[in-house]
Design a protein around this ligand. Structure first.
Ligand code: FE2
Ligand code: FE2
Length: 283
C-alpha cells in the first residue's frame, strides 16, 4: 500500500471530492432547459430560494433592463427578464452557490475570482451568440467554471498553491507551468476532473480541461470550438486587467477566426456594453 501520496494524487483526490450541485439548483436548471416551461412555474420555484430571488430581482431592476419602475414581485421580474437572461442568472446562482461553500485561505481573492469568472462567462455567451452556436448555455457555464481548479487547489493545498503563485509572480512564467512543477498537474486539469463529477456534457468538460492547451493540436485553430472560445475569452478578460493571478501579463488578446471577423467584432462590442452595465452583478 502506498502511504505517501504525491501532490498530484492529492490534487486529483481533492477535485474528485467536490460537493454535488445542490438539489434545488439541479431542479431549477432542469426546469429552465425544459421546452415551453411556464414562466409562472419557474417564478414559483425561484421564490422558494431567497438568494436566487434576490439575484433575479437585482438583474430585473438593473440598467440592462432599464425601466423606470422598480419591480418587487418575483413573477413580474421573471416575465420582465424572459427565459434567456433568467437562465443565466440561475446558472450563475447555482455555480456561485458551490463556490461559496469553500473556505478560502487568506491569499485567495474571491472577489477577483467572481469578477473574472463572470466576465469570461458573459464574453463566452456573447461569442456563442454572435457565432450562431447552439451551445449558449454551455458557453456561459464554461466561462463560469473554467478556473474552479484554482479554487480547489487554493483551498485543499494552500501552501503548495501559494508557492505556485509566488513562483509565477517572481519568474513571470505562465501559472500553469509553475503549477505543473510544484503539483504535477495544472488547474485546468483539476477543473476538468471536478466538472466531470457533476456529469456536465462532454463538450463542457473538454473545453474546461483544455482551456490552457487549446491550439496545441487539440483543435483546428481556424474553427471557433468551445475550447478555443474559452482559451481566447480567458486571455481577453485577463488583458482587460480582470485576471485572477495572471493579470500582470501583457495582453495577447485579439479574438478572431478567419471567416468570422464580423461575428467576433460584434461579440466584443456587445460584451463591452453589457459588461459596463452588468459588472456589478458579479461584485
Ligand atoms: Fe485558467
Ligand atoms: Fe481564467
Amino acid at each position: 500500500m502506498q502511504l505517501f501520496k504525491t501532490a498530484r494524487d492529492r490534487a486529483i483526490a481533492s477535485a474528485s471530492a467536490i460537493p454535488p450541485l445542490p438539489h434545488k439548483a439541479t431542479t431549477v436548471l432542469r426546469m429552465l432547459v425544459t421546452p415551453d416551461v411556464s414562466l409562472r412555474a419557474v417564478a414559483d420555484v425561484i421564490a422558494t430560494d431567497p438568494i436566487l430571488t434576490a439575484c433575479v430581482l437585482k438583474v430585473a431592476n438593473s440598467a440592462v433592463f432599464g425601466r423606470s419602475r422598480t419591480v418587487t414581485s418575483i413573477r413580474e421580474a421573471v416575465s420582465r427578464l424572459g427565459t434567456m437572461p433568467l437562465r443565466r442568472v440561475a446558472i450563475a446562482w447555482a455555480v456561485f452557490g458551490v463556490f461559496d461553500r469553500f473556505r478560502t485561505p487568506g491569499f485567495w481573492r474571491h472577489d477577483k475570482f467572481l469578477v473574472h469568472s463572470g466576465a469570461t462567462a458573459m464574453l463566452m455567451a456573447d461569442l456563442a451568440e454572435a457565432l450562431d452556436s447552439a451551445d449558449l448555455d454551455a458557453a456561459y457555464l464554461i466561462g463560469l467554471l473554467h478556473d474552479i481548479g484554482k479554487l480547489i487547489l487554493a483551498v485543499k493545498m494552500p501552501e503548495e498553491y501559494q508557492e505556485a503563485i509566488r513562483r509565477q509572480e517572481v519568474t513571470r512564467r505562465p501559472l500553469t507551468e509553475c503549477e505543473l512543477e510544484l503539483l504535477g498537474i495544472d488547474h485546468a486539469e483539476i477543473s476538468g476532473i471536478a466538472v466531470e463529477k457533476w456529469n456536465l456534457p462532454e463538450s463542457v468538460c473538454l473545453a474546461i480541461r483544455n482551456h490552457h492547451s487549446a491550439g496545441n493540436g487539440i483543435d483546428d485553430p481556424a474553427s471557433p470550438t468551445l475550447t478555443l472560445m474559452i482559451a481566447k475569452s480567458d486571455e481577453y478578460i485577463n488583458s482587460l486587467g480582470a485576471g485572477l493571478f495572471e493579470s500582470k501579463f501583457p495582453p495577447s488578446g485579439l479574438i478572431a477566426w478567419p471567416g468570422h471577423e464580423r461575428a467576433t467584432a460584434r461579440a466584443l462590442e456587445s460584451f463591452r456594453t453589457s459588461w459596463q452595465t452588468s459588472r456589478t452583478l458579479f461584485l
